[in-house]
Design a protein around this ligand. Structure first.
Ligand code: HPA
Ligand code: ZN
Length: 359
């Protein structure tokens, strides 16, 4: 909990989350539970002492040195996910926590390529996460969307085959709130190394078919990674995008084209891109009219869920309630939902602002 006067206001502010990896919600406790349930052998603590217990694994997560260092644990831990119910339970555990933190609309990434690479069927992953989404809609009244994330470190052919499979099965939504299961595509994992336009062909096909698009860019990489995503992938959002502040012309373009940045403050600290949250270009983005949302990315690894990130920003920047209402409204506008749900979410934000100003 933060020590700011706005803590309760921030807790109850209706939020949209656009950047959270469901696999990044696999807490050390869940890793150990699912390993036991599924008979999966975790690394031998004699070789890797951090795998002694959930507590030692938590401790180890305080010492990531880089994106790739974090990713090695993220991919290893996924091996405990085997059955449809595991994926559903993981998604449900995220939605319950997110709901408590005030999330009312969640767009969540998942990495099928990684699961398929280790022998788990696409249907198992999609059905399991999909069931978790349906349960959150039914029992919590949230709206939810799945975003299929391609990973840059696995063969490009696998990504293309996965895209074609999804197309054939009719898995992708081409209109907001359409009946299909996946709202859009994204890409993630190691940023520096693979070609900046690795998934060009997939993204061009996705655009031609009216499928929504986002990409992780400008997290470790300089602003040229962001312009490559805009030019080659025609994205409507940039995930992270923190290095954008290093290029004034590109900032103007992002503002003009109303690209939403999905900023993840805790990631920047835990992966050592910066020492303190107040080094995030939050004020620069606001002054330049750039729309952004605040997100948790991999809450099981980076110290907390979405409210933790809102509070960290508030402690660093001391924003006003009015500024937060603006951020909340921008994140509704940047959501991949139809007009009706957008209007509902905007109404919820307005009502919250009104309640706060009357209190
Ligand atoms: N960056 C890149 N890829 C990822 C991340 C991230 O923060 N989390 C999960 N995959
Ligand atoms: Zn991410």
């Amino acid at each position: 909990m933060c020590r700011t006067a706005l803590h309760n206001f921030l807790r109850d502010l209706p939020k949209c989350e656009h950047h959270v990896h469901l696999e990044g919600c696999l807490t050390p406790e869940l890793v150990f539970d699912l390993a036991k349930r599924n008979g999966v052998q975790l690394p031998d603590p004699a070789q890797q002492p951090e795998f002694q217990s959930p507590a030692t694994l938590h401790q180890h997560y305080e010492q990531f040195q880089s994106l790739d260092h974090f990713l090695s644990y993220y991919f290893l831990s996924m091996s405990v996910l085997q059955h449809r119910a595991d994926f559903e339970d993981l998604a449900w555990s995220y939605f319950c926590q997110a709901y408590e933190d005030g999330v009312r609309h969640a767009e969540v990434f998942f990495d099928p390529q990684e699961h398929m690479h280790r022998g788990v069927a696409y249907e198992t992953v999609l059905d399991g996460f999909g069931q978790g989404c349906r349960r959150a809609e039914r029992e919590l009244g949230m709206s939810t969307k799945l975003i299929l994330c391609y990973v840059r470190h696995l063969p490009l052919d696998d990504a293309m085959q996965l895209f074609v499979l999804g197309l054939k099965r009719g898995d992708f939504e081409t209109t907001p709130d359409g009946p299909a299961k996946i709202a859009g595509i994204g890409c993630s994992s190691s940023e520096i190394g693979p070609p900046k336009d690795l998934f060009r062909e997939i993204y061009v096909m996705a655009r031609d078919k009216g499928i929504a698009r986002t990409a992780h860019a400008g997290e470790e990489g300089d602003p040229s990674y962001i312009s490559a995503a805009l030019d080659a992938y025609h994205v409507q959002r940039i995930d992270h995008g923190t290095s954008l502040a290093d290029d004034a012309m590109l900032m103007e373009r992002v503002a003009r084209e109303e690209i939403l940045l999905t900023v993840c403050p805790a990631t920047n600290i835990k992966l050592r891109y910066m020492d303190r949250i107040d080094q995030l270009p939050i004020r620069e983005f606001m002054n330049a009219g750039i729309r952004f949302s605040i997100n948790s990315d991999d809450p099981a690894y980076f110290g907390g869920f979405i409210l933790h990130n809102y509070c960290a920003v508030q402690e660093a920047f001391d924003l006003s309630a009015k500024e937060w209402i603006e951020i909340a409204k921008n994140s509704v506008q940047g959501s991949w939902v139809g007009d009706e749900r957008k209007a509902e979410l905007l109404r919820m934000v307005d009502e919250h602002g009104l309640r706060f100003s009357e209190a």
